[in-house]
Design a protein around this ligand. Structure first.
Ligand code: BTN
Length: 323
């Protein structure tokens, strides 16, 4: 059930002409003074609402914040629960705690900043405030633990699709880094709780560098990382981008559950950063070198080594080999 302030905001968003206090008061069955209080509360939350004498209220700007009030109206799928925090330490942890409390599939945790952003392989994820997207999604896929790494590939594809909606041409570096101009713009992590044969919950974490400038990155990241704004030369609307990402993810996730990764494989490969590249994959069982010949139906990377033998890599970190 939406609050009076949220209803006022929704009306202001859709109004093409100023809305009078009297009109709003009548719709809500409250006094004009009460309407004014709600408008003031919205202003305090960062909404710019103009009001001229006898002209009514006009929404002139919304806050740059990826919270439920801003993101909710842009979501089109079934995933609607949004838990927003100014800071989360990190969103992965909060999502996992919510999942343990029974949070349903599609619960989305978003933070403006993280003080302890988690990357893959024990790394940290640089998470400055108010510029990027840091989100974790609770998933309850009917998978065995061995199927979970494929989810990260699905998420990489969805992130690439969302980036394409702003006119950029991302590439996915197996398993799931999304690159722009050869630099990393998106990082994805999957963490799970499972029985031997059945996953209980997966927390899918996605970090997107949206509006950060070069100077916002720590020096050691400056030549390896980029942002949507740096690649496009313009500021990106974080709310709309997030909605595009969640929409793409929900659709790709459903296709994955219905038909497996094989249904998405061609679309994933069309965006591969490594097709035909000579690489070394650092795997838990040692290094594998070869030329990338695509991904398999289960998401494994297929390499052809110097002897012409096809090698499957199911987990690992891939680097280009100098020729
Ligand atoms: C990587 O190392 O590439 C994965 C980075 C994942 C970062 C995201 S940001 C939202 C979520 N919270 C975290 O602490 N990590 C993930």
């Amino acid at each position: 059930m939406s609050t009076p302030a949220e209803r006022i905001l929704a009306w202001l968003r859709s109004a093409s002409t100023p809305l009078s206090g009297e009109d709003i008061a009548a719709r809500l069955g409250i006094s004009r003074a009460a309407v004014f209080k709600h408008v003031e509360a919205l202003r305090a939350r960062g909404y710019a609402i103009a009001a001229g004498p006898a002209q009514g209220y006009v929404l002139t700007a919304t806050p740059d914040r990826v919270d439920a009030t801003e993101l909710g109206p842009h979501l089109t799928g079934a995933w609607r629960r949004i838990e927003w925090r100014e800071t989360a330490d990190p969103t992965q942890q909060l999502a996992l705690a919510l999942a343990r409390d029974g949070a349903e599939e599609g619960t989305l945790v978003v933070a403006e900043a993280q003080t302890a952003g988690r990357g893959r392989l024990g790394r940290t994820w640089h998470s400055p405030s108010g510029k990027n997207l840091y989100c974790s999604i609770v998933l309850r896929p009917p998978l065995t633990p061995a199927g979970v790494p494929q989810l990260a590939l699905v998420a990489g594809l969805a992130a690439a699709r969302a980036i394409e909606t702003i006119g950029l041409h991302p590439r996915i570096k197996w398993p799931n880094d999304v690159l722009l101009d050869g630099r990393k713009a998106v990082g994805i992590i999957t963490e799970m709780e499972a029985e031997l044969e059945q996953v209980r919950v997966v927390v899918l974490g996605i970090g997107v560098n949206v509006n950060v400038a070069v100077d916002d990155f720590p020096p050691d990241l400056r030549d390896r990382a980029t942002s949507l704004a740096l690649a496009s030369g313009r500021r990106i609307d974080r709310v709309r981008f997030t909605a595009a990402l969640i929409g793409a993810l929900e659709r790709d996730y459903r296709r994955f559950l219905d038909d497996g990764f094989r249904a998405l494989r061609a679309e994933w490969e069309a965006r591969s950063a490594l097709a035909g590249c000579d690489v070394t994959a650092r795997t838990p069982d040692g290094d594998v070198t070869g030329v990338v010949a695509g991904v398999e139906d289960d998401g494994a990377l297929r390499l052809v080594d110097a002897t012409g033998t096809v090698r499957r890599v199911v987990a690992g970190e891939v680097t280009l080999r100098a020729r």
